[in-house]
Write a protein that binds this ligand. Structure first.
Ligand code: GDP
Ligand code: MG
Length: 160
């Protein structure tokens, strides 16, 4: 390992990002993955997956008392999702910025939801809201051997 590569490695956080069933059905998978890839985050997990309502309920357990919870679970289980695990410095907050506000009509143009959606109940993509939830959600959606820790060869051109 060259010194320049070693210098680029450091502690960094992980986020769970998910393209929801509407994003998959609308053919937006490539477009959405591409935004995170271009930003420079490292893709360490990726799969197409149809989840059980048990998993959807566990993922969104903090919202279980909300009136829209049953509809939310129905939405998330209505077709395949694309699960991404991303790694990088500040990836949790940065991914949330790239994703935009929960209501796509309030999300800024240039964000995924701002560019690609119109309703909160069809807001195309999920991103973890804290590093702790990033770890919790990656463990929930991925098996251990589905997460691939690797060092992109372009890293010295992304991080000094
Ligand atoms: P997020 O972190 O921006 O995804 O927003 P929340 O954690 O507040 O909510 C999780 C998800 O629940 C959102 O992304 C929406 O898919 C859904 N959701 C939140 N609020 C509403 C609502 O008022 N109505 C409906 N139908 N869905 C909602
Ligand atoms: Mg949330």
């Amino acid at each position: 390992i060259s010194p320049v590569v070693r210098a680029s490695q450091g502690p960094s956080e992980r986020s769970y990002v998910m393209i929801k069933p509407d994003g998959v059905q609308r053919g937006l998978v490539g477009e959405i993955i591409s935004r995170f890839e271009k930003k420079g985050f490292t893709l360490i997990g990726l799969k197409l997956y149809t989840c059980s309502s048990e998993l959807a309920k566990e993922h969104y357990k903090d919202l279980s008392s909300k009136p829209f919870f049953p509809k939310l679970v129905e939405y998330i289980t209505s077709g395949p999702v694309v699960c991404l695990a991303l790694k990088g410095p500040g990836v949790v907050a940065s991914a949330r910025k790239l994703i935009g506000a929960t209501n796509p009509l309030q999300a800024e143009p240039g964000t995924i939801r701002g560019d690609l959606g119109i309703e909160t109940g069809r807001n195309v993509v999920h991103g973890s809201d804290s590093p702790e939830n990033g770890e919790r959600e990656i463990a929930l959606w991925f098996k251990e051997d589905e997460v691939c820790e690797w060092e992109p060869s372009m890293m010295p051109w992304l991080r000094e």
